[in-house]
Design a protein around this ligand. Structure first.
Ligand code: SAM
Length: 273
């Protein structure tokens, strides 16, 4: 049977400790946990930080966790029962800023044993935010390898470029299926991301990267000349001005080469208007 909401609960306290330790928590930190579940990570994080916002889609689980913390009279936690993908991030800001604080004090860390079915969607929602500092995510090993992949590898693709645009990425350790209940079918890994605080990219950048990897076996010249109605001769000029071989496949290009190409594409498409 498929697990509803990717509910493979971590049951290994050692692994839970190592995940939380990786965030280098300090008493003044604010933390967002996505998918608190039965609370194995939540209960470790809460005593170490100033405030914890936990988001959980499952009403029963979020009620149970709420009862646990109310029973222990814990005040520095808010458990929000909502689908994180539908969560308005302005509500996250207001949960994170406490009443006695200046609005600029909104930086927070993220810790999550992500629901595997929507892990990359959650990552794409959260990474563009400016005010997270460190994120520790657990996901299927295969997905973590894609997040951290470098050019020239089979795992390198859109999500690798997306992640490396926003963050420095370090794979920390693997986690066996035996550490969960029920055990997932695959090995998991834990990754640590540090926000690079980049300026927000022009939408054309990720559009072009996505377009290129949707045809990753074609040459970059083909990718260019099927994007935004560019002509092949323009594609050739763009590649030439960037010093790039037109017969390269997209998986050979680094993030900075994609950025250079995007700047040139912009010039050509603006000129045409
Ligand atoms: N943190 C717990 C742990 O480590 O055992 C649970 C991890 S489990 C892999 C993922 C959790 O995310 C589940 O509790 C699930 O109900 C919750 N979840 C799934 N989809 C979600 C969503 N869209 N928004 C918020 N929580 C979600």
């Amino acid at each position: 049977m498929r697990q509803k909401h990717g509910q493979n609960f971590l049951i290994d306290n050692n692994i839970a400790n190592n995940i939380v330790k990786a965030a280098d928590l300090e008493q003044q930190d604010k933390v967002l946990e996505i998918g608190s579940g039965k609370g194995i990570l939540t209960k470790l994080i809460q005593p170490q930080v100033k405030h914890l916002t936990a988001v959980e889609i499952d009403e029963t689980l979020s009620k149970q966790l709420n009862h646990f913390f109310s029973f222990h009279n814990v005040k520095n936690i808010e458990i929000i029962n909502i689908d994180f993908l539908k969560f308005d991030l302005r509500d996250l800001q207001s949960s994170i800023i406490t009443r006695d604080e200046a609005p600029q004090n909104t930086s927070f860390k993220i810790i999550s044993n992500l629901p595997y079915n929507i892990g990359t969607a959650i990552i794409q929602k959260i990474l563009p935010l400016k005010n997270w500092t460190t994120a520790i995510f657990m996901l299927q090993k295969e997905v973590i390898q894609r997040l951290a992949a470098q050019p020239n590898s089979k795992d390198y693709g859109y999500i690798s470029i997306f992640t490396s645009y926003y963050a420095d990425c370090k794979v920390l350790f693997d986690v066996s299926p035996r550490c969960f209940n029920p055990p997932p079918k695959v090995v998991s890994s834990v990754v640590k991301l540090i926000n690079k605080l980049p300026k927000l990219p022009e939408s054309i950048f990720f559009d072009f990267v996505k377009h290129s990897f949707s045809m990753r076996r074609k040459t970059i010249l083909n990718c260019l000349s099927s994007f935004k109605e560019l002509e092949k001769s323009q594609g050739t000029k763009i590649l030439d001005s960037c010093g790039l071989d037109p017969f390269l496949r997209p998986d050979k290009l680094s993030i900075s080469e994609f950025l250079r190409l995007t700047n040139k594409i912009k010039q050509y498409t603006i000129c045409r208007i």
